[in-house]
Design a protein around this ligand. Sequence first.
Ligand code: ZN
Length: 105
Amino acid sequence: MEERSRLVASGNLLQAHSWKGMLETCGITVELRGEALLGGVGELPADLQDVELWVGESQYDQALAQLETLNSVSPKWQCVKCHEINEGNFELCWNCCAERSELIS
Ligand SMILES: [Zn+2]
């Protein structure tokens, strides 16, 4: 069996699932691992679960490039309230919890 490499350790089950789906559309086989998958899913808030994405070593570079593409699709944004820079996939300012604004630096 092919060696697998850990691609991402994400704390967010929903995020991990969306990455998995996106990578699989590109023909990359993704395995989700994590304690959250062993049982009791649905009991805990998705963002408290410890989830990892694993891919085969031969597809690791490709998978990484795809993730970077995905991340670059969401530009960073600046909070209008506290002027903090937030990652593109954040819907709320991590610093002050203000809603995402259109002020993009
Ligand atoms: Zn803010």
